[in-house]
Design a protein around this ligand. Structure first.
Ligand code: ZN
Length: 245
């Protein structure tokens, strides 16, 4: 089965549409989403509506989703995030708030595991180091686990010599994982990439061929920035879309 995999849309409708367009072109009908549908960007309701409308999708909730849904306070967020979360709370329709509230923290399927942050700490942990990869191994049992949260597409795995590898997932590459081993894939971000490439990031996962293929999709950044300005969202969040940082 082939799945379109994406994360951290962050209310960026143009970027989401660019990825959905690519998935359509690739004839993808099943989807995996790692959360943070909302926060930062100008179109929270439109993004929830689009994602909720995908027929075959499995989703986990992210820290921004739960904050907007009122399930957690914003003490641990920076000022820019708090301002955008408060703005999003005022915009979000009740039914969409209910949708965000009901998102599971972890999806433990037969072939894969999904969580926003990490399998050990599904909502909050940023997996950034080989040590964290190692410490997370006992918290999932499938050959592959997809996470988001850092907004940087990357892969962690143990190679044939038993050495832990951590690599950036470059555009237009295919990574083949070991179905006997354990791999963690960070799928990067649709709506606010932070690896220096400002294009939307998404993946196609083939569970039969054991591959993950990376894609970067250009979208109309200026249009998103204009909407953010109209809604007086923080300048830093508006500018970073352009730099992909
Ligand atoms: Zn995020």
């Amino acid at each position: 089965m082939r799945y379109g995999v994406f994360s951290d849309v962050h209310s960026n409708l143009e970027a989401l549409e660019a990825c959905l367009q690519l998935f359509k072109k690739e004839k993808i009908q099943s989807f995996l989403c790692l959360g943070d549908i909302v926060g930062y960007g100008p179109n929270p309701n439109e993004c929830v509506d689009k994602i909720a409308g995908l027929k075959k999708i499995q989703i986990t909730g992210g820290n921004h989703d739960y904050a907007v849904a009122g399930l957690r306070d914003t003490d641990w967020f920076n000022d820019f995030a708090v301002r955008s979360i408060n703005w999003t709370k005022r915009q979000i329709k009740n039914e969409n708030k209910g949708f965000l509230m009901r998102l599971p923290r972890l999806v433990d399927a037969s072939l894969f595991t999904l969580s926003h942050g990490s399998p050990r700490d599904p909502v909050d942990e940023y997996i950034l180091t080989p040590r964290q990869f190692l410490d997370n191994l006992e918290f999932f049992r499938t050959p592959i686990c997809f996470v988001g949260h850092t907004h940087v597409p990357s892969v962690f795995y143990t190679d044939a010599l038993g050495i832990i590898q951590q690599k950036h997932l470059d555009d237009a590459t295919t990574f083949e994982y070991d179905p006997q081993g354990k791999t963690i894939i960070n799928v990067g971000s649709v709506g606010q990439p932070r690896d220096g490439d400002n294009r939307a990031c998404c993946l196609i996962y083939d569970s039969d061929k054991h591959t993950v293929q990376t894609f970067r999709c250009p979208y109309d950044i200026t249009s998103v920035q204009n909407k953010m300005r109209q809604n007086q969202l923080p300048l830093f969040l508006i500018e970073r879309l352009e730099y992909g940082r």
